[in-house]
Design a protein around this ligand. Structure first.
Ligand code: MN
Length: 274
């Protein structure tokens, strides 16, 4: 099944939605490979109208591409395949919303975006800094993804918000890393991002685990849903060309409850990209 609000074919769509259910490097509670389809199910329970943004999804041309089918899950092959796929959609001048899967998927996606857009900045909302050099013998995994992205886009173009799980060394790696909160620090720096193309990576564990315990690596002390949506509304002032929404692990709790919450987040994201 696709999202019920996906109303366009690939040619006429402005925004493409794609599921990438990769969770091979998950080190704690895996299962995010099931997220894309469960969020589609959860969408059946939400309105296409957003009372937060006072807009309706029917105002946007959206195509749901379904899910990416892996040919090979070896990291090097997976990176190559995903990067190539994303490049093709960018050449068609499409905006993208990608549903993970674990956070690792952001790396090949950003590689493609960085090559296509010369003035790209990456914004990450996440409970974890993901700035480790390597983790459990893996160079490219959910715990190193922000470090790999930092190497591609440079310190001036990576902004991290909501972080509350990191090492002391990681804190020093990115001058634009903001602890605990999203809204206030984002409001302070948003003018620096006005002439950039923006890629947003939304790791759902930025939310407090009381709101969304169904994530692969839960962290206490996160933001609430209203702060997240208020932060999206700030981002509406920027040009967002791509978004990923990662780390939802639906079967950890009643999948439909939390899938509905994730579907609301998808709606709010789509509406800030118009
Ligand atoms: Mn995280």
């Amino acid at each position: 099944m696709g999202f019920y609000f996906a109303n366009a074919d690939i040619k006429e769509a402005d925004i493409l939605i794609l599921g990438i259910g990769y969770d091979r490097t998950s080190s704690f509670i895996s299962g995010s490979r099931f997220a894309p389809n469960l969020i589609r199910e959860g969408a059946e329970n939400i309105e296409s109208y957003s009372p937060y943004q006072k807009k309706d999804l029917s105002e946007i041309k959206i195509c749901d591409l379904g899910n990416f089918i892996f040919q090979n899950e070896k990291p090097e092959e997976f990176i190559k395949e995903v990067k190539g796929l994303i490049e093709n959609y960018l050449k068609e001048k499409k905006k993208l919303v990608i549903l993970g899967g674990e956070h690792t998927i952001t790396y090949p996606i950003v590689m493609a975006f960085q090559e296509y857009y010369k003035n790209l900045a990456v914004i990450i909302f996440d409970g974890h800094s993901d700035l480790r050099e390597d983790f459990m013998g893996e160079k490219v995994c959910h715990a190193t993804v922000a470090k790999r992205i930092l190497e591609i886009v440079g310190k001036k173009n990576l902004y991290q918000f909501g972080i509350r799980s990191l090492t002391k060394e990681c804190l020093e790696k990115n001058p634009n890393l903001f602890l605990f909160e999203i809204f206030k620090p984002l409001k302070r720096v948003i003018n620096l991002l006005k002439n950039k193309k923006i890629y947003l990576s939304l790791d759902l564990d930025v939310l407090d685990m009381a709101f969304l315990p169904a994530v692969q690596t839960p962290v206490a002390g996160g933001v609430n849903f209203l702060e997240l949506v208020s932060s999206f509304k700030l981002l509406r002032n920027l040009e967002i060309v791509g978004v990923d929404i990662v780390e939802f692990s639906p079967f950890l709790n009643n999948p439909f409850t939390y899938a509905s919450l994730c579907a609301e987040i998808v709606r709010e994201i789509l509406l800030i990209m118009k």
